[in-house]
Design a binder for this molecule. Sequence first.
Ligand SMILES: Cc1ncc(COP(=O)(O)O)c(C=O)c1O
Length: 394
Amino acid sequence: MRIARRAERIEPFYVMEVAKAAQQLARDVARSDRPMIFLNIGEPDFTAPPLVREAAARAVSAGHTQYTNAMGLDSLRERIGGWYRQRFHLDVPASRIVVTAGASAALQLACLALVEAGDEILMPDPSYPCNRHFVSAAEGTAVLVPTTAQDRFQLSAAQVESHWNERTRGVLLASPSNPTGTSIDPAELRRIHEVVKARGGITLLDEIYLGLSYDERFGQSALALGDDVVSVNSFSKYFNMTGWRLGWLVVPPALVPVLERLAQNLFICPSTVSQHAALACFEPESIAEYERRRAEFKARRDFFIPALNELGLTVPVVPDGALYAWADCSSWCRKLGIGSSWEMAFEIMKRAHVAVTPGRDFGTAQTANFIRFSTASSMEHLREAVQRLKEMAP
Ligand SMILES: Cc1ncc(COP(=O)(O)O)c(C=O)c1O
């Protein structure tokens, strides 16, 4: 069968491939005294809180299960707007909010609307792999620019300027980032936005982890920079609704009818039941629960990062958000005679029964030296994982 080149260009999502291997190994060790601890997937270990689950059940029994408007329920768009007002002191009108099937559909819509064949989009290396694949699915090219710990593993305005050419269409940045959990310094982001705007480009921000921010210095949305910024967000992470497949974008007014047309054709609408459930996310009781969980994620970070540093799995920049630790395993590789973080990830999985993600997915620059741990696991699991890593530490 002849497969379209656009599909052939998409690399496997190694996180998921490694997860499959971890599941397989977990079955083998299930009856041992050391069942696998999964620190490989960036998915909150909490489920949606009670009010959200009840709202979903009510929607199903009331028969609220037919298509909605392609842009999402007006009431949900209003509530999302209210969240920006309450949490970020930003005035984001509901008319600029497009509800989607997760950030994934939001990114797909944004790329299809903005990227032409041959356009280049600048992105940091390391970054979330699917984002570059959304660009290539739109027949554009993701240009990965190597970053440094000094720049918090994010692009600098100087890099954006020096990599810009006549094919460049804009930047796609995630803040806080997956896999590093680090955000762009606000002053640097302002400069990046100026550079991009001066060139008539687009500033596209993946802010899916913005709700899970642990440092006030970084926890602001890029939407504060102006109406021309496109921001992608999701109910998956802060709102603990990964499998419900719900997210949204905030776009400039001129983009709204374009996205509506695309969304009508490609998706018809996001899940109706999930939308009704998500209305309950913004109830004070749910927000209070989310804030408790955010504090728990922060406590895990505060335990886990110093513990990794002590083990020689150095985390060069303390994550200010998200659910990850981006750890340099090169000294372990050297001391244990292991070639790269890819083999190291399997070694840790086999010897310590701790599943982790090798850097390979996230770019090419330094990723052979890094592994990603997810802290979306209970404190008890994190403590046990540290103990096991200690036992195999060189
Ligand atoms: C940076 C980033 N963007 C987008 C996504 C996709 O999220 P969603 O579940 O909302 O589609 C993820 C998922 O892990 C992510 O880490």
